[in-house]
Ligand binder design. Sequence first.
Ligand code: SAH
Ligand code: SF4
Length: 357
Amino acid sequence: MNDLKNLTSDEIHGQISEWDLPAYRAGQILSWLFEKRVRDVEAMTNLPALLRDRLRASYSLHSLECVRKQGSKDTTQKFLWKLPDGQFIESVLIPANPALYGDASDRHTLCVSSQVGCAYGCRFCASGLEGWKRNLEPFEIVEQVIRSEQEGGHKVNNIVFMGMGEPLANYENLLRALSLLNAPWGLGIGARKMTLSTSGLVPRIRDLARQPLQVRLAISLHGATDEVRNRIMPVNKKHPLAELVQACRDYQHGKDRMITFEYILIEGVNDQIAHADDLGRLCEGLKVKVNLIPYNKVEGLPWVRPSEKVQEAFAARVRHHGVTATLRREKGHDIDAACGQLRLKELNVSGSPPAIE
Ligand code: SAH
Ligand code: SF4
């Protein structure tokens, strides 16, 4: 049964008109779903009982159950959700950095998951350890925002698709979720306040370029040569770096679109000065900013983060090429905020180190 919160305003209007009911009923339903955010059709008290029965007979209205919560209201908070079919996903609510936005900032970023598990198997990542289970439905993405606001006590005004899963591998549901999140009748979050992160699904990046909704794009680069990328990201064998960079170029062509390159620093893999030079050269001619992220240790995996000295030297060398690079002091290290880690604990899986090719 389709979930009521998978439907767009047009589809709800279509259903209401098909049932020969007045159009304002659709507006009432949307308001119950996205403003008052009820979890049961029975709570939609201004609808006639007959309409409520009909809705219940035709659609489900599922919510996410919060099974674990870490952190406190003033810090990074992490939520583990149980989905209607018993699978687990996670979201992380991150307050604004006071150094950047001031103490009074009410800017809260939610990091959402897009799939249960991930099929892309990047060697350093907890999300791929257990393989891919399934795509999230649009409502399961939207519900992460709604439920995090309820459980976390803050309004979410920024969304990054950097939780579990590869968002562009769940393309249709992702687009639908984005429009529910963006629509004025939905959650009303501006497109420029949403960032998609991808490991480099070139054909989908090209599809995305043709979308009217101008969300931000982040590329998980992590290596500036095929040699490094092939070693840690299997997706690079399918879509090598030159192809990925060309897709980024085309994505930006003639438009004022900045792309972010995410680059995790992993000791002995991609953290040498020569790697920084490779990265600097790769960025030339692209409108990019680089986010350098010290690797977040994953239990069971062999990788470690380089020392702060090495991190700083790497950042300085990238900047030397005229590239904007920030070294992210990531939050939530203490609460397993790296994607996929909390779920792994819940499943009680200790990942065995994948072979390095
Ligand atoms: N699948 C998408 C989005 C989810 S991963 C992607 O790969 O872009 C979100 C980001 O977290 C990616 O940049 C990913 O490489 C990074 N990441 C994964 N494991 C990490 C770890 N242990 N430490 C730091 N960043 C990690
Ligand atoms: Fe999947 Fe992204 Fe993790 Fe790679 S980094 S395994 S694409 S979630």
